[in-house]
Design a protein around this ligand. Structure first.
Ligand code: PLP
Length: 402
């Protein structure tokens, strides 16, 4: 029997640090340790009942076959209505695609548009899948470090500097995973104004966390903020985070028909279409009562405040208050250079997270996994009791450093 040979195209992809930490936390739990994992990228709520019922009805009605490649006409209509209702954006049916999660939308888009060496501007910190999907597609992520000092947002000067003749896309993710930072319309405006001068550069907006924005933050998306750019914008969204539907795997996007049809070519040979039952569920989510979004938002906002206040009360840690999503991205610069009780020197955010996990049973993800150090991400999509306990442990962990 010969050894398995991996294709070289996956050499560009590193084993996810998030998965490694999850595995380490699971191993500690198996040893009986009371580990609290603050790594989840999904709401801890269940999918609302009326959405589940819509899926069961779809099964009973025989909605169990392949659908049209780009999505059922009914779901596309619900998406058109959503874009119009929430953003005032008008898309024709051939300007919309439904995929197996927003992740597949991204995959389709990069695979369908990037030539080897083409560049994608990605502000850091970023959701790690972006750089992996860009690399798999043969492209080159151009990382722009955007730290707490600019509110984790890219400035116009940084964008200007990152643009090159090879730039195909500028990627925005607002509110952001992992920083929770969001761009208001006024913050987007000068960046988009600059891009008007670069007709070959397209804009990808990952609006996955649109409905998770706090303190009345007025969510904005590039295609609506700068209508002159709409013809080269891909606006990505999905039901995973807003409606607690991560397992249903439905994401969607609106964009120019030529791009959408190129993305459909990739999708056609990957998954053919998204699940028929999940599409029926997503349609119910988008067309149904939206009040649930507000109720859950209040709960997430309370937890955000609990975590931000708790972190800022620990000397050496500092955490801006994020506008949205369900993550905090705090700096641990103030504890680097100190030693653990075992005498180990903390030199990086990864050292800090390893120390907290190994000795104080809290799993967090170092900023380096998202392309920006020295920070660490906490997901607060977990119970308040666990969050309080985790903050207390974190406080003890830092107090023991010398
Ligand atoms: N975009 C961002 C910023 C995310 O954080 C995630 C999931 O973690 C996704 C997209 C993917 O969502 P989906 O579950 O629809 O594939």
């Amino acid at each position: 029997m010969s050894d398995f040979r991996r294709a070289s195209r996956i050499d560009a992809i590193e084993v996810s640090e998030i998965l490694q930490i999850g595995a380490r936390a699971a191993a500690l739990k198996r040893q009986g340790r009371p580990v609290i994992v603050l790594g989840a990228g999904e709401p801890d709520f269940d999918t609302p009942n009326w959405i589940k019922t819509a899926a069961m009805d779809a099964i009973q009605a025989g909605d169990t076959k392949y659908t049209a490649l780009g999505g059922t006409p009914a779901l596309k209509q619900a998406i058109q209505a959503k874009f119009l209702r929430d953003q005032g954006l008008e898309y024709a049916a051939d300007e919309i695609i439904v995929s197996t999660g927003a992740k597949q939308v991204l995959y389709n888009a990069f695979m369908a548009s990037l030539e080897p060496g083409d560049e994608v501007i990605v502000p850091a910190p970023y959701w790690s899948s972006y750089v992996d999907i860009i690399a798999l597609s043969g492209g080159r992520p151009v990382l722009v470090p955007c730290g707490a000092e600019t509110g984790f947002r890219m400035t116009t000067a940084q964008l200007q500097q990152a643009l090159s003749p090879r730039t195909r896309w500028v990627l925005f993710n607002s509110p952001s995973n992992p920083s929770g930072a969001a761009y208001s319309a006024a913050e987007y405006a000068p960046l988009l104004e600059l891009l008007l001068q670069y007709p070959d550069v397209w804009v990808m907006a990952d609006d996955m966390y649109e409905h998770l924005a706090y303190d009345g933050f007025d969510f904005a998306t590039p295609a609506a903020v700068e209508p002159r750019l709409k013809g080269r914008c891909l606006t990505i969204n999905g039901v995973s985070k807003a409606y607690a539907m991560t397992g249903w795997r439905i994401g969607y996007a609106g964009g120019p028909a030529a791009l959408i049809s190129a993305m459909a070519v990739i999708q056609g040979q990957a998954t053919s279409c998204a699940s028929s039952v999940s599409q029926a569920a997503a349609m119910a989510a988008l067309n149904g009562p939206q009040e649930i979004l507000q109720e859950r938002l209040a709960s997430f906002q309370a937890r955000r405040d609990l975590v931000v206040d708790g972190l800022n009360a620990i000397p050496g840690l500092s955490c801006p208050r994020p506008e949205g999503a369900f993550y905090t991205f705090a700096s641990c610069a103030g504890v680097l250079g100190r030693r653990t009780p075992a005498g180990d020197l903390l030199q990086s955010d990864a050292d800090f997270c390893a120390y907290v996990l190994d000795h104080h049973d809290v799993a967090m993800v170092p900023g380096r996994a998202f392309g920006l150090s020295p920070y660490f991400r906490i997901s607060y999509a977990t119970s308040e009791a666990d969050l309080r306990q985790a903050l207390a442990r974190l406080g003890r962990a830092v107090a023991q450093l010398t």
